[in-house]
Design a protein around this ligand. Structure first.
Ligand SMILES: Nc1nc2c(ncn2[C@@H]2O[C@H](COP(=O)(O)OP(=O)(O)O)[C@@H](O)[C@H]2O)c(=O)[nH]1
Ligand SMILES: [Mg+2]
Length: 255
């Protein structure tokens, strides 16, 4: 450097030079930190947005004590826990076959079931209807009516939400297989849809015909519905059983 060139800060006290240099350095560092932070936050935001967009939401619905929460615990935490009757939803997620699935375990209690179903049905890609295969014959009307509410729902129909009827508690000796449960439910839903449509006729509801489930010219069959309805056998209790939750996980991964 030319020694004749005068320093522009010649007469400035030393400590001030240090301060201004420090300030200049810091502002650069500050700029870099801010840029990195903004970039990082943008990436996190995009990642979460992408994850949400690709995450499939599955609802666990069904009467109380059918085993929803135990299945939820198996799927999300891969373990069992004794649960008490849920008054709120449980929300969790798991990955299966590279698919990220969000599960919402809805309370099964009569007064709460509708409220929580309405809250989540708009985001659902699939609904798992859980029933107790050992007591299904005794509670057939209640089971069929609660399933009817799901099948007849306008939003569920228009979004073509896939439905899996999960015939749970297969470890019980009195448990009916999914094939038997399907037949029982078809017969019961045949009666339920008639009763419900008569009730609608009585109130002269114009949408009555839209709410008639399946083909009106023949007995009720799941295959006549717009929504795809499948069946599976599970047990939430016994990990070593043939009726483990694997079928359930595989079905969710196809959504
Ligand atoms: N034997 C048997 N019992 C089960 C099974 N799944 C749940 N249970 C029992 O049934 C009761 C209700 O289960 P829970 O998951 O709380 O049902 P939820 O009300 O539908 O959430 C509990 O005592 C569970 O231990 C199953 O697959 N087999
Ligand atoms: Mg529960």
């Amino acid at each position: 450097m030319d020694s004749k060139v005068k320093s522009p800060v010649k007469n400035v006290p030393k400590d001030k030079i240090r301060l201004s240099t420090l300030f200049a350095d810091n502002s650069e560092v500050l700029l870099i930190i801010t840029t990195v932070a903004v970039l990082f936050l943008t990436l996190v935001f995009l990642f979460l947005k992408f994850r949400k967009a690709t995450q499939k939401v599955v609802l666990l619905s069904g009467l109380s004590l059918s085993g929803k929460t135990l299945l939820f615990a198996r799927l999300v935490y891969s373990k069992y826990f004794e649960s008490c009757t849920s008054l709120k939803e449980n929300v969790g997620s798991f990955t299966h076959d590279k698919k990220n699935i969000k599960i919402v375990d809805l309370p099964g209690e009569d007064r709460l079931r509708g409220k929580y179903f309405d809250k989540y049905k708009g985001s659902a890609k699939g609904i798992v209807y859980v029933l107790d295969s050992a007591t299904v014959q005794k509670s057939l009307r209640d089971v069929a009516e609660s399933l009817y509410v799901i099948l007849v729902d306008g939003q569920v129909q228009s979004s073509r939400v896939k439905i899996l009827v999960c015939c749970n508690k297969q470890d019980q000796t009195l448990a009916k297989s999914s094939t038997v449960v399907k037949t029982l439910l078809q017969k019961e839903l045949n009666l339920v849809r008639r009763t419900k449509s008569n009730q609608l006729d009585d109130t002269e509801d114009v949408s009555a015909s839209r709410l008639f489930l399946g083909d009106p010219d023949k007995d009720f069959e799941f295959s006549d519905l717009y929504n795809q309805v499948s069946f599976c056998d599970t047990t939430g209790l016994d990990e070593s059983s043939d009726y483990d939750v694997e079928q359930l996980q595989d079905w969710m991964a196809t959504l």
